[in-house]
Design a protein around this ligand. Sequence first.
Ligand SMILES: NC(=O)c1ccc[n+]([C@@H]2O[C@H](COP(=O)([O-])OP(=O)(O)OC[C@H]3O[C@@H](n4cnc5c(N)ncnc54)[C@H](OP(=O)(O)O)[C@@H]3O)[C@@H](O)[C@H]2O)c1
Length: 307
Amino acid sequence: MKLLITGANGRVGSALCAYFLQRGDKVIPVTRADVDLTNLPALRAFLLEKNFDCLINPAAMSAPDQCEQEPELAQRINADAPAVMAEIAQLRGVRIIHFSTDYVFAGDRAGKRRENDCAEPSTVYGRSKLAGEQKVLENAPGLASVLRVSWVYGGERPGFVDQVMAQLLAGQSVRAVSDKWSIPTALDDLCEWLACLSKSSPGGIWHGCHAGEPVSWYALAIAVQETLQAGGWLAQGANVDAQSITEMSQWSARRPIHTAMDSAKLSSHLPRPIVDWRDALRRVIEQKMGGVPAIILDASCMTPVVD
Ligand SMILES: NC(=O)c1ccc[n+]([C@@H]2O[C@H](COP(=O)([O-])OP(=O)(O)OC[C@H]3O[C@@H](n4cnc5c(N)ncnc54)[C@H](OP(=O)(O)O)[C@@H]3O)[C@@H](O)[C@H]2O)c1
């Protein structure tokens, strides 16, 4: 199979390129240096030149605050460029898998959202991503799948889980938002879900996250702490403290509160059911710690980051 993968330097795109290459598939990794997604004629010409059996599009303007400040650019990258990609996929008769987000939901009620629940985004990011979903599904009916993901972690690019691990292992306390809920997604499982969708998917919208109950960033940080302690990598000591989303004054885009998604539809399409987020988290942490039953590992091996 030959896959064209956009956003090849991004968190998800880089992991997908590595995963498919390792499986022995052919990959055309596409970065900003190859084609700027804001230039739609250049994008169309670039895609028409390439031969591929499936187009995967994780490229996006993915920072909600940047989208809020540059709404026209967000619309171009998150909606107009994917529309062109779907148009070319339709012309070629090949599958397109387009990434979207839990931020398409308003987030105003607790519980888990299904694929056909009403999407009413409250941010420029969410609106541009919803517009992208609609254009992709319209331009390549039956060939287009939209995969909504949330809180992706794991892989080479450090994210929230790595940051919490690094701080706790360094003996530093962690503060995390306790009044915003979603469900995390482990990148290695996400790659396997993609492999399945790229081979066989009737198209439409899919929710790609783990099973289990919605969790806040605070509860996720506690789960990281408990896993490190259970593995013998962390002694008691460092605190995980809750903070309110109202304290995040640096965010110009108001984040939706309840955006947990129900992935039962995707789970029933896969050869193995999607596992609970706690089991996936445990596996990823054990892999990151190398399975070493140490009391404390040197925290300098972890890279502290801002998510
Ligand atoms: N990560 C998450 O937790 C999460 C949660 C919900 C939804 N999603 C969705 O999942 C997808 C993948 O997310 P991600 O975390 O991998 O995002 P990311 O790390 O921000 O990667 C996005 C990629 O898009 C590329 N890109 C942006 N503007 C471009 C342009 N004008 N021309 C060409 N390339 C451009 C970036 O290129 P540069 O590297 O050159 O900047 C980057 O490689 C996105 O659709 C996102 O909306 C992710």
